[in-house]
Structures are given as structure tokens and as C-alpha cells.
Design a protein around this ligand. Structure first.
Ligand code: PNS
Length: 169
């Protein structure tokens, strides 16, 4: 049932600092469309110093996706296009939450295709998660909110280990 990926892996790349329920939802849905989904954690996110180490980000994802057989978790450094070629991926998967995501994702997708020949497939975020981002989750958690609704339990546990438990909502 894997015509789109031609038998190759679909790559779902990201910073995952940390993974949210929105990420998890896109990964689970991608795993129904493609034979194999490779979740690829970027070693050094471009935007800022990550709050979570690479090992923590990978371990949290591994635990959150353990119930789905055709998902693997790995990491890459440098250009996504080079990584995609090195693993002979068939397609890159990205989630789109809101229209404003589209602008950046469109040029990124075209650049990645120009560099690697590999296309990007967009999955619409479930509306339940359209406002959820790793950045907002970290911000509201640090200001004392309960983020259990927005992150998988494995992520919540690691967040709590980094900071005392938040006040109840
Ligand atoms: O979760 P994010 O932060 O939106 O993920 C962004 C990510 C990791 C997919 C993107 O920054 C990326 O691909 N970085 C690798 C460097 C690269 O290839 N840059 C050129 C993109 S056209």
C-alpha cells in the first residue's frame, strides 16, 4: 500500500524540542500512509539552543511511538537533503497547522526537492493541535501551566524531571 513512497522510508524531520501531541498525531497518520516512517531529529536546531538534549529528544519520541511498528527514530546533522539522499528516502512528511505555516514550508519543500529530488507531502494537523507548538508548550509550562494535554506522557515526565511539578490548572 506504499505507492507514494515507492517502498522507501518517509522522513518526518524536526527539532522535537520537545515532541508534542501534534507531532505524534502526524507521525501516527503518516505511518498509516507509508510503509516506514523515519522520525529524524535534527542534532542542532537552527532556531535556538534546545532545552532537551538529543538523547532526551530521541528517547521521548521512541517511547511515544513504541505502540506503532513501522516507525523508527533517528537523528541527522547538517542538510536534510543530504540525509534524505543518504537513507534513500522516498518522501519528506511535514504537518501544516495553520496557513502561516505554509509560507515557510513551501519554500523549504521546494529547496529540499531542488537539492535532493525528494518531494514533501503535507498532512493537515488535527484541529485539536493546530495551536500547539514546542515553543508554546515550553513557555506555558515554565510559567506554571499544566501541559499534560499537549505532550505525550513520556515528554511530560522528562519535563517534570527538569523542573518542579507545575501548579494545578
Ligand atoms: O521542528 P522544526 O524546527 O520546524 O524542524 C525544522 C527542520 C529540522 C525540519 C529544518 O530546520 C531542517 O531541515 N534543518 C536541517 C538543515 C537544512 O536542511 N536546512 C535547509 C532547509 S531547506
Amino acid at each position: 500500500m506504499n505507492h507514494a513512497a515507492g517502498g522507501h522510508a518517509a522522513i518526518y524531520p524536526g527539532s522535537f524540542d520537545p515532541m508534542t501531541r501534534g507531532h505524534l498525531d502526524v507521525i501516527e497518520r503518516a505511518a498509516k500512509v507509508f510503509d516506514r516512517v523515519l522520525v529524524a531529529v535534527v542534532v542542532n536546531p537552527q532556531k535556538r539552543d534546545p532545552l532537551f538534549t538529543l538523547d532526551e529528544r530521541e528517547a521521548m519520541i521512541r517511547e511515544a511511538v513504541a505502540h506503532v511498528a513501522n516507525i523508527e527514530v533517528t537523528h541527522f546533522r547538517g542538510l536534510l537533503a543530504d540525509f534524505v539522499r543518504s537513507v534513500e528516502a522516498g518522501v519528506i512528511v511535514k504537518g501544516l497547522r495553520v496557513v502561516s505555516d505554509f509560507e515557510g514550508e513551501m519554500s523549504t519543500a521546494l529547496m529540499n526537492r531542488s537539492l535532493s529530488g525528494v518531494d514533501t507531502v503535507f498532512l493537515p494537523s488535527d484541529p485539536r493541535w493546530s495551536f500547539v507548538s514546542s515553543t508554546l508548550v515550553k513557555e506555558v509550562y515554565n510559567l506554571g501551566a499544566d501541559v499534560a494535554k499537549y505532550v505525550p506522557p513520556a515528554v511530560l515526565r522528562v519535563m517534570q524531571s527538569k523542573r518542579p511539578a507545575p501548579r494545578s490548572a
